[in-house]
Design a protein around this ligand. Structure first.
Ligand code: ADP
Ligand code: MG
Ligand code: MG
Length: 254
């Protein structure tokens, strides 16, 4: 489904190289965890796959269903089923969560083979999705981003995923700032949403999320490269030993 080939990425216009040759293959039905120290390029990776204009691919390719997406803008990638949870950057008083979600849903509906939904139909559609992340209905009628707690923001990301039903979900630090109950709710939601036809890339600094979501593969990113890949036991090893032991490894392998 997704293939990164020797992907090199710079900050647009700045000449600073952040990703230095990333190779990664994600098939449908799989969950991949990308771990690594702060500043290793994990968020950049997710943003560049989603088409964020801040970054420029200088070498290599991003293939989705075997086709390069480099010429596709972020909207086109979303239409094709690529999802990066969007954080609402600002408070938007007067615009409710539902309104914004319905707009997103309807914008991509046609290209995902779905009917557009009017407000009533949409209310119906999202009702059971609320339960998935144990969100109270009044959450939907709140203005965008006004007074969301950290946990609500993260649950909202999974809620977006439930509503939009992407094929490829990129979840960046979905576990950060969650207490254990919220972590369970969020993990549970991801597990329920994931199936044989979609793939999930979980970016996480900590192993604890992987106690609840079992990845098929774990990759370690350091210095803009994937320096090691393995199964879920790699995450446990990282939890015990940190990233330092890979430092030497990373250098040895260039
Ligand atoms: P991670 O998510 O693994 O913590 P990031 O992908 O956020 O790492 O960042 C990787 C490196 O690239 C960091 O050193 C960060 O400061 C730098 N970086 C990311 N985006 C930009 C940007 N827009 N401008 C300048 N530097 C950036
Ligand atoms: Mg699976
Ligand atoms: Mg990050």
């Amino acid at each position: 489904m997704l293939e990164l080939k020797d992907l090199h990425v710079e900050v647009e216009g700045e000449g600073i190289e952040i990703l230095k040759g990333v190779n990664l293959k994600v098939n449908k039905g799989e969950i991949h965890a990308i771990m690594g120290p702060n500043g290793s390029g994990k968020s950049t990776l997710s943003k560049v796959v989603a088409g964020h204009p801040e970054y420029e691919v200088t070498k290599g390719d991003i293939l989705y269903d075997g086709e390069s997406v480099l010429e596709m803008d972020p909207d086109e990638r979303a239409h094709a089923g690529i999802f990066l949870a969007f954080q609402y950057p600002v408070e938007v008083p007067g615009v409710t969560n539902t309104t914004l979600l319905r707009e997103s849903y309807n914008t991509i509906a046609a290209s995902r083979g779905r009917e557009e939904l009017d407000p009533l139909e949409f209310d119906d559609y999202i009702k059971d999705k609320l339960d998935l992340v144990q969100m109270k209905p009044d959450f939907l009628e709140r203005s965008v981003n006004t007074g969301f707690s950290g946990g609500e923001k993260k649950r909202n990301e999974i809620f977006q995923m439930a509503v939009l039903q992407p094929r490829l979900s990129l979840l960046d630090e979905t576990d950060s700032g969650l207490d254990i109950d919220a972590l369970k709710i969020v993990s549970d939601g991801i597990n329920k949403l994931h199936g044989d036809e979609d793939a999930v890339v979980l970016i996480t600094h900590y192993q604890r999320l992987l106690n609840y979501i079992e990845p098929d593969f774990v990759h370690v990113m350091m210095g803009g490269k994937i320096v090691k890949s393995g199964d879920k036991t790699l995450a446990l090893k990282l939890e015990e030993q940190g990233y330092d032991w890979l430092e030497a490894h990373a250098t040895v392998n260039g």
